[in-house]
Design a binder for this molecule. Structure first.
Ligand code: XMP
Length: 516
């Protein structure tokens, strides 16, 4: 694999994705990883990421400079270049002028394999406040901007570095540069394909689980479904999937998901209608965090009961051979080992992490090396239906975080109808797959309207649609007026109880995607 050492750049995950897009496996380790941890990955190359610190500051992350003596082909990016410069005897200083955004770079060493088949004038993305001013012994300048170092190399030591960000798509020749690093300098083989992943993962699960039993909480979304299908391939019906109706699913979802999972995917599925139980616990609650906590707690109880029952029936309760399948993705894995400090809790997310504690189940996480788009690619190779793979993300606490104020069965039904219209019209306009999420939110605000000659006094519904890469940041989508018009008139005409529709034009930050 290619090991990427994370010095805290916002682009580190992007480097991993760009490498994997070339069908070469890459892992991200914190820059503080030990030499043994790095070697355990059997690296054929090393990439040092960018980062927010200064190499000469006391708060610089304590990475071991011996990583530069491993003899591995190494590429430093931004902070990576400065790290190499600083630790191998050159000099880095705070630049008189911060460089941020587009920049023009001229290649000085046109024979360098890293720049093979790349024009000598590059348009790149820069984001740094420090610069290298003296190169370490044995290094030469490979590229420059009008006034600063943009690239250095010591081919004998197999170290190359650039000040700009080849992983960012604004750097036009970035992919070509990374390909040169992978295929010319690391001699990587492009063999990390979906088929390879599926075969090796299924074999590994089969070996791990032996003749044991596994259970899995399914939401009908992409991640848990793909995880379940992989495990099902490995151990067949010794995997039992549990799908819980928490009373705040979308319109007809309880039935649609069952059909998809049971009929189309052949999974061994237990569907539990616990909607009454959830809704009675949510009655009268308006505080967003309390809603989330109630749903999280109830879910654990319901799932715990089911898991007990299933494992008891299979004769595996409390045995060594009981497993829990989770759809954990790579960004969660990186996030939890990142060099960045703990961030403030904005919302307490509900997922099935750490479930169920009382049973000491062992974990299977078949997707923990994958990014979301890779999960979809795997799903396609597993021939899973498009309506599962292309589904927009849906939060664990469901419509509860989109019903502001009190959650009653009537208000759930109102939002289910409105949400169904939004999703249907976005699909009709051919926009569903280009948009990260599009949905309706029911507000506790009533306003006056007129229908025919009648005065109405009813609820307001907000429509939200956002573009996002990963849910961390998002831009509101400028939906075509025609689509907004159809959505608005359908909601107001078809749903008694809603007489006004507004469109949410807030990005994240400062807004969040969900309203609660
Ligand atoms: P926010 O509202 O924090 O949402 O901007 C970011 C992304 O996370 C989804 N979301 C959740 N997903 N459990 C989940 O599995 C949750 O509790 C949860 N809350 C928000 C949200 O839909 C968006 O994609």
């Amino acid at each position: 694999s290619i090991v990427i050492l994370d010095f805290g750049s916002q682009y580190t995950q992007l480097i991993a994705r760009r490498i994997r897009e070339q069908n070469v496996f890459s892992v991200v380790l914190p820059c503080t990883a030990s030499i043994a941890e790095i070697q355990a990955q059997k690296p054929i190359g090393l990439i040092l990421s960018g980062g927010p610190c200064s190499v000469y500051d006391s708060d610089a992350p304590p990475a071991d400079a011996k990583i530069l003596d491993l003899g591995l082909p190494t590429l430093g990016i931004c902070y990576g270049l400065q790290f190499i410069t600083h630790h191998l005897g050159g000099k880095v200083r705070s630049a008189p002028k911060r460089e941020y955004g587009h920049a023009e770079v001229s290649v000085v060493d046109k024979d360098l394999p890293l720049f093979a088949d790349i024009p000598a004038d590059l348009s790149v993305w820069m984001s740094h406040g420090d610069e290298a001013i003296d190169l370490p012994p044995g290094f030469h300048l490979t590229a420059k901007t009008s006034n600063a170092v943009a690239g250095i190399a010591n081919p004998e030591k197999k170290i190359w570095a650039v000040q700009f960000h080849p992983e960012v798509h604004h750097t036009k020749q970035g992919t070509a540069l990374l390909r040169n690093f992978l295929f010319k300098l690391c001699k990587a083989a492009p063999d990390w394909t979906p088929q390879h992943f599926i075969e090796s993962t299924v074999a590994a699960i089969r070996e791990k689980v032996g003749d044991g039993h596994a259970i899995c909480a399914l939401s009908g979304g992409v991640d848990s479904s793909v995880a379940a299908v992989l495990v099902h391939r490995a151990i067949g019906d010794r995997l039992t999937c549990v799908f819980v109706d928490n009373g705040v699913l979308r319109k007809n979802e309880f039935f649609k998901v069952q059909e998809n999972l049971r009929a189309k995917l052949g999974l061994n599925l237990v569907a539990v209608d616990a909607s009454g139980r959830f809704l009675s616990k949510l009655a009268g609650v308006t505080d967003p965090e309390t809603k989330r906590k109630i749903i999280g707690r109830e879910f654990i109880e319901v799932f715990d009961d089911e898991a007990h029952r299933i494992l008891e029936q299979s004769g595996n309760l409390n045995s060594e051979v009981a497993w829990l399948v989770q759809g954990t993705l790579y960004p969660d894995v990186i996030e939890s080992s990142s060099v960045k400090g703990p961030s403030q809790t904005i919302k307490s997310h509900h997922n099935v992490g750490g479930l169920p504690e009382t049973m000491k189940l062992k974990l299977i996480e078949p997707l923990r090396d994958l990014f979301k788009d890779e999960v979809r690619r795997i799903g396609r190779d597993l021939q899973m239906p498009a309506d599962i793979l292309e589904r927009q993300p849906f939060p664990g606490p469901g419509l509860a975080v989109r019903i502001l104020g009190e959650i009653t069965p009537e208000r759930v039904a109102l939002l289910q109808e409105a949400d169904d219209i939004v999703v249907t019209e976005i699909k009709n306009a051919g926009l569903y797959q280009q948009i990260w999420q599009s949905f309706a939110v029911l507000l506790p605000v009533k306003s006056v309207g007129v229908m025919g000659d009648q005065r109405t006094y009813a609820y307001t519904c907000a429509v939200r649609a956002v573009h996002s890469e990963d849910g961390m940041t998002a831009d509101w989508v400028p939906l075509p007026y025609e689509v907004l018009k159809t959505i608005s008139s359908r909601i107001v005409n078809e749903i008694p109880g809603i007489n006004r529709v507004v469109y949410d034009i807030t990005s994240k930050p400062p807004g969040t995607i969900e309203w609660e």
